[in-house]
Design a protein around this ligand. Structure first.
Ligand code: ADP
Length: 330
């Protein structure tokens, strides 16, 4: 029996190569949690189907994301890393949970309303049921803790309410109410210095990009807009380059930038060069490991298949308990 504190579950849609926002906001936490919890990390390709216009890149994006997760330090011997659609029991639990879900609750969710605004031409049934599928993901593995961004808080609350409704309706305690764990870096700002770093906004830096690409992207970062000339004093508090220094540079360097920027002792170009150097140094071991994993694509798929096998074993057990609680025929 495991001596760990409980089970962690988290899922992310297969968006391909991951960026610094994904790493700092999610993956770093996934890696750290492995020391204390039994972790289940899922590439949620079924969730992706609710928004994708084409599925042509789905497999490759799944593979690229798995490579990033492995290179970042997810340990597949300990943790379960798998693809959602390879554990079909999640769709079965989704159906059971849908029976205790009032329609109004789904239509009221801010995330649903946002999607309706974003893709009015494709308001599909899956989109409405997204939180139910997410509740099924979490509860299928009897997860105690779910590390997510703050934007997911309404979905986590929905999951907790769904668990209570299910357990009450069927007079059982088979499903577990999960806790939310907010990450250390809930919102990494993109190269534009304004919006959340995101692939779709092309304001991102991929973990797997080359040192040259990384440097080029860092050099394009928007700094304090009020600092126009090299001789103008800057304000690090409103500069995303400074925020990134806090993540990638030493305490002495951060302090130096903080002091020198304010009295125009360091220019933005030198400040960015220093950041690019530190970022590349910090990402170098990740990139080496990624290249090693990429030499054996079958090995990456084996990890995912093996993870799905272990996930299916837990899922089958939960489904058996759920069916018994409902009173369905065995
Ligand atoms: P999903 O829709 O599955 O959340 P994303 O690619 O948007 O897919 O995000 C994957 C994970 O990375 C999520 O946990 C999300 O909170 C985190 N994330 C994405 N972008 C950022 C960002 N700019 N700052 C912090 N965390 C982020």
């Amino acid at each position: 029996m495991s001596l760990k504190k409980g089970r962690v579950f988290s899922g992310a849609r297969p968006t391909g190569r991951q960026h610094l926002g994904n790493y700092l906001g999610a993956i770093k936490n996934y890696v750290a949690l492995q020391d204390e919890y039994d972790c289940v990390y899922c590439i949620v390709d079924l969730h992706a189907l609710t928004t994708l216009e084409t599925t042509l890149d789905l497999r490759n994006n799944t593979y690229e994301m798995a490579l990033d997760w492995l290179a970042a330090g997810i340990r597949p011997q300990e943790s379960i890393m798998f693809v959602q659609s390879q554990v079909p029991q999640v769709t079965e639990l989704h159906t059971y949970l849908s029976m205790v879900t009032p329609m109004g609750k789904l239509t009221d969710l801010p995330t649903f309303k946002e999607k309706v605004r974003e893709q009015p031409q494709n308001v599909n049934y899956g989109l409405l049921g997204y939180p139910v599928l997410m509740a099924a993901d979490i509860t299928l593995y009897k997860s105690h803790l779910v590390p997510v961004g703050v934007d997911q808080a309404p979905h986590l609350e929905f999951t907790r309410e769904t668990v209570r409704s299910f357990n009450y309706r069927y007079n059982t305690n088979v499903l577990i109410e999960p806790q939310m764990k907010v990450t250390e870096f809930p919102k990494i700002i993109g190269l534009d210095g304004q919006q959340k770093m995101s692939k779709s906004l092309n304001n991102h830096i991929e973990l797997a990009s080359t040192p040259e690409e990384t440097t080029q992207r860092v050099m394009s970062m928007v700094t304090d807009p009020a600092r126009i000339r090299r001789t103008d004093p800057g304000n690090p508090d409103v500069c995303n380059v400074y925020s990134m220094h806090k993540v990638f540079s030493s305490a002495d360097e951060v302090n130096m930038v903080n002091v020198e920027c304010r009295r125009a002792g360091i220019g933005c170009v030198d400040c960015k060069k220093m950041l690019a150097r530190n970022m590349n140094a910090s990402l170098a071991p990740f990139r080496e490991r990624r290249e090693e994993f990429a030499r054996n694509p079958d090995g990456v798929w084996d990890v995912l298949h093996e993870g799905a096998g272990r996930a299916r074993a837990i899922a089958a057990q939960t489904i058996a308990e759920v069916k018994a609680a409902i009173g369905l025929a065995e």
